[in-house]
Design a binder for this molecule. Sequence first.
Ligand code: 5AD
Ligand code: SF4
Length: 559
Amino acid sequence: MIKRCADLLRVVNVRTIPHYLVYDSSCSHSTCSSTVVKENEVSASSRKRIPDDGLTLQHFIKKSERRPRQKNVIPTPEESDDYLDPEDLKGNGRTVNYVTYGCQMNVNDMEIVRSIMTSYGFNETDNRKTADVVLLMTCSIREGAEQKVWAELKRLKKTSARRSQVVGVLGCMAERVRHDLLSNRNLVNVVAGPDSYRDLPRLLAVARAGSDAINVQLSYDETYADVSPVRVDLDSRTAFVSIMRGCDNMCTYCVVPYTRGRERSRPLESIVDEVSRLRDEGVRQITLLGQNVNSYRDTSIQTVENLPSTASDSPFKTVYKPKIGGRRFETLLDKVSEVAPEVRFRFTSPHPKDFPLELIELIKERKNLCKQLHMPAQSGDDETLDRMGRGYTRDTYLRLVDDIRNILPEVSLTSDFIAGFCGETEEAHQRTVDLIHDVKYSFCYVFPYSMRGKTKAHHRFEDDVPQQVKDRRHLELMNAFRSEADKINRNLIGSEQVVLVEGVSKRSEHELKGRVDGGTITIFPNTGGFQPGDYVLTKIVGGNSQTLRAVPMQKTLLS
Ligand code: 5AD
Ligand code: SF4
């Protein structure tokens, strides 16, 4: 039971704040605007009266009233809050429906949330209408992504069979929209930013007591390294492992640094342990994840790898000073590929500035490091790149592509592009189309530019490319990459490729789907009783811009 005091329900979200949380002091939500909480402020019930003879120095010296929170440990119910009974934090079989929007990082974050919720005794359900709790993992990168979430929140309000259903918005949109999610239309009860998932049981308990609850505090060190994600896709024998969080690059169009916070990396050993566990469970493909995956730098122990993250003479520039020390991405790739030689490794999403040639040499040397590199260019025009704050020119980028192809001639390159960024002229757009034809990517993600609040572009530039022009440029970039991908895939006809089987093809139960080393989806008839997780040597017999067709030859091994 929650212990109630006179005005608990009115300000419960303030009263139940543990001291280690810092709440947004610019809060405008109706239930807490009068009681804005700042770091370590004590709750109203424990606030002391000013003595009649005034304050002394002693009143300004903060006494430690609670045990300090241990870093990276899920607080036990006993540790979690003074105002909640430990029983209140327990799920006691309450049902939760999980809804995930956005990128693979979000899928992986939801696996972490599942793990935390399960450890507190909540049970997963597929039935969204009757669930006690619905948790939505959200994305903010473009306006459209947030609109989808608002639409689902309204649908939930209409369709929920339970008036007491608690709805929680988690992740990037929670961090960006914050209190407005609670004050708007009474659709949401709980808001938890990307670094607050450990606090969910407490936030849910507050919501059950009838009040809204929010924690959008970002952290410098939260990596959830000790939380074992609860994976749902066990059939495909593929898994995602998050290795770092946040981004320090501050590209001018991007909201991620504001929603996900500063860059921080998981200790290397915890990643190697998770990879070893997945290997033992039979996983055959692991994608290492991070907003800036190749900026990985484990500073949890002192190391001799004192090379700066980006050398000062590098043609790639950063808004931050070179970071010194820490175990870098190459070291991690070296370790994980060694510990799991029968597992294929991919990684996403990297930044072009962090591709030292030693990393490319390592990828060449190891059979299980896929020869597929995602190299988000965003634009092929120098002025646009400069306004985007990407830290490189077209020429710098193309020279890196050449260096990589010299070492790995068979590499398959993929990229992200934005169509219609602020100030992008027709000529600038054409230079991006040309870059796509020059580099010849096997796949590109293309996005029409969507201005986001808080970003530098929002403060400095005008969103001056009309929507129809953005849409047309978007289509032209897509057509450019498709025509090149079509040629690349047709050139593979006749070659032998090892395909890792992921499952049955959608079109026919007699066909399997999997991926070649370069990452392209490949379909072939299951004439050999092959299973997900098998490596099959195939001969490519057909291809278009998106898929390859093959005939199987024999089961094989990677190493
Ligand atoms: N508008 C459109 N696309 C964006 N991206 C990031 N921010 C925006 C935005 N405001 C794209 C970039 C990035 C990918 C994950 O999303 O291409 O690489
Ligand atoms: Fe956003 Fe740039 Fe960071 Fe990628 S590197 S998450 S585009 S700020």
